[in-house]
Design a binder for this molecule. Structure first.
Ligand code: DAK
Length: 256
């Protein structure tokens, strides 16, 4: 039974809603475990094709729970190894869409950046305030932001710890779409349902290939792309997609 999140399925979209609104969805360790556990369950569930992660009215998440972190020492962290949970997010094969209202700060920004696509409200605020607490991002923030913005801009944002508007995040390619605050969930669900109609095997193979481009050389990336391309021809959806084109009708993909 989850205490800090709610989850449900809407047709083939699995939704995870962070649910600690009184503390702006500050992420404690148990909450991260619940989010990751639910992501893994949706990833294994054949009835789910796309996952949406959303916050509440005021915040996607205003960072890791400072009250929980305050007494941490290097050794309590080393023993608990809390980053192992975060690492599991990168293993999720299905698309994860973040619907961001309000604050996505620190660990909350990192959680959004672990998602594949980000839809944000026009008044959403992003940033890494860790430096103001005498620490620094620890769940990938320095890496994600540097890959998105380059070293100069990443250093300025993370050193100053200032909040970034949705429009700046959009101009820098950090988020996919900006919509009015009251339409964030609706637009995210619309996109999720659109993606859910795409062939699931292609969607998974594309996700793997695109992230490989971040870590591997062009040569290795192209090799993996080619293998994944071959693999799509093992699917019934490849036959269906091409047959539907010939017959001039919309395809119906089954994920097999
Ligand atoms: N932790 C705990 N409580 C928080 C919180 C947080 N991160 N953010 C907000 N709250 C609580 C506030 O204390 C307040 O509680 P009450 O006083 O009502 O009991 C309530 O949420 C409402 O917040 P405010 O009254 O402050 O609301 P405002 O609108 O005035 O301000 C704000 C909103 C987002 C600007 C402000 O709340 C704020 O500055 N929050 C803290 C932002 C921040 O510094 N975030 C943490 C960065 S450190 C790790 C993985 C990741 C990380 C670390 C470790 N491991 C796997 C080990 C990441 C670290 C971080 O994220």
């Amino acid at each position: 039974m989850n205490k800090y999140i709610q989850s449900y399925i809407d047709e083939s979209v699995g939704i995870i809603q962070l649910n600690r609104p009184k503390v702006l969805n500050a992420l404690n360790r148990k909450m991260v475990e619940e989010i990751v556990g639910q992501l893994e369950m949706f990833d294994r569930d054949p009835s789910v094709r796309v996952i949406v992660l959303r916050g509440s009215e005021q915040a996607f998440a205003a960072g890791a729970d400072i009250d929980e972190m305050i007494e941490e020492t290097p050794l309590t962290l080393e023993l608990a190894n809390p980053f192992a949970e975060w690492d599991k997010i990168s293993l999720i094969k299905k698309p994860i869409l973040a619907a961001v209202n309000g604050f996505a700060l620190g660990g909350g920004f990192e959680l959004a950046l672990h998602c594949d696509l980000i839809i944000a409200a026009d008044d959403a605020r992003f940033g890494f305030p860790e430096v103001k607490l005498g620490v620094m991002p620890g769940a990938g923030g320095t890496q994600f932001l540097t890959k998105a913005l380059g070293t100069k801009k990443a250093l300025e944002w993370i050193w100053l710890g200032e909040q970034m508007s949705a429009s700046v995040a959009f101009e820098n390619g950090i988020i996919n779409r900006i919509v009015a605050r009251e339409l964030v969930v609706e637009e995210t669900m619309r996109l999720a349902h659109q993606l859910a109609k795409q062939p699931p095997i292609s969607i998974r193979m594309i996700k793997e290939a695109v992230y490989t481009a971040l870590d591997e050389s062009l040569k290795e990336g192209k090799t993996l792309e080619r293998k994944n391309f071959y693999l799509t021809f093992a699917s019934e959806d490849q036959k269906e997609g091409m047959q539907a084109f010939s017959e001039k009708r919309p395809p119906s993909f089954k994920g097999v």
